[in-house]
Design a protein around this ligand. Structure first.
Ligand SMILES: Nc1ncnc2c1ncn2[C@@H]1O[C@H](COP(=O)(O)OP(=O)(O)OP(=O)(O)O)[C@@H](O)[C@H]1O
Ligand SMILES: [Mg+2]
Length: 251
């Protein structure tokens, strides 16, 4: 079997008395776009930060691109790109300068950095605005620049934490198209979102998390069938209670 892109087993993360991840299990297969869907405070950002090796877990095991985040964080970091819920664009630099700087930080020589920046600007439709200061960009353009910055190094896995939150509908659609383009180039994507429509639009597989645990997962159509209608699933501990439960529900 091919190695999983992400394999999370029983992840636990506590912040003081608050438990952000409470035994989270999740697997992403290669070639998959996975959406982690959940309400505010469900643990989405905490999970993304764990995958990005940005926090210390209190329990469980987490492997990314075959590497253990605890024992092999350097290897994990080389395999991933991260674009945040809060864009990390430097406003006092132009779009092109932002991207070239990131490429240089990844260790690319100046000439390679210039070429990667130009490639990303082209891919995201920012070439015409490349030499304007990022502070003059719209919210959608900044997000694209932020997304582009995570791609100058062609990561195997791209992490997108709520990539379209706060964008207007048009910018949202443009960003979706940009993400489609990456997927066509063969980048695996893990994204978080609070919106079912976004998860459906972008992902082949969805995991719904709530209070730090995975509560349902599957392809969008299957999940909608299971949770979309007004279906109430009731499990009884003892078969003998079935009649009483049925009667109670019929009331
Ligand atoms: N650095 C921190 N210190 C204390 N508590 C934290 C910290 N980071 C997250 N938490 C708590 O952990 C829980 C999960 O937070 P997290 O940011 O992962 O949720 P989220 O699903 O990303 O929510 P949102 O949709 O609002 O971005 C929340 O209860 C949050 O308050
Ligand atoms: Mg979050």
């Amino acid at each position: 079997m091919a190695e999983l892109t992400i394999e999370a087993r029983g992840l636990v993360k506590r912040f003081g008395r608050r438990t952000a991840l409470d035994g989270l299990d999740l697997a992403v297969e290669p070639g998959q776009v996975m959406a982690v869907l959940g309400p505010n405070g469900a643990g989405k950002t905490t999970f993304v930060r764990a995958v990005a090796t940005l926090l210390r877990l209190d329990g469980g095991t987490l492997r990314v691109a075959g590497f253990d985040v605890r024992r092999e964080p350097e290897e994990v970091r080389r395999a991933i790109g991260l674009a945040g819920q809060y864009a990390s664009v430097e406003p006092a630099m132009t779009g092109r300068e932002n991207l070239e700087m990131v490429a240089r930080l990844y260790g690319q020589p100046a000439r390679t950095a210039r070429a990667s920046a130009a490639g990303v600007l082209e891919r995201f439709g920012l070439a015409g605005d490349a030499d304007r200061l990022a502070r003059t960009y719209s919210g959608g353009m900044r997000r694209k620049l932020d997304l582009g910055a995570s791609l100058v190094s062609t990561p195997r896995l791209l992490l997108l934490d709520e990539p379209t939150t706060g964008l207007d509908p048009r910018s949202r659609i443009e960003l979706w198209d940009a993400i489609d383009g990456l997927v066509e180039h063969g980048t695996d994507v893990l994204l978080t979102t609070q919106y079912l429509d976004e998860a459906e639009r972008l992902a082949g597989h969805i995991v719904i998390i709530d209070r730090g645990r995975a509560v349902a997962s599957g392809p969008p159509a299957e999940l909608k069938r299971r949770v979309g209608g007004n279906v109430l699933e009731v499990h009884v501990r003892d078969r003998a209670d079935l009649a009483a439960v049925t009667a109670a529900l019929a009331r």
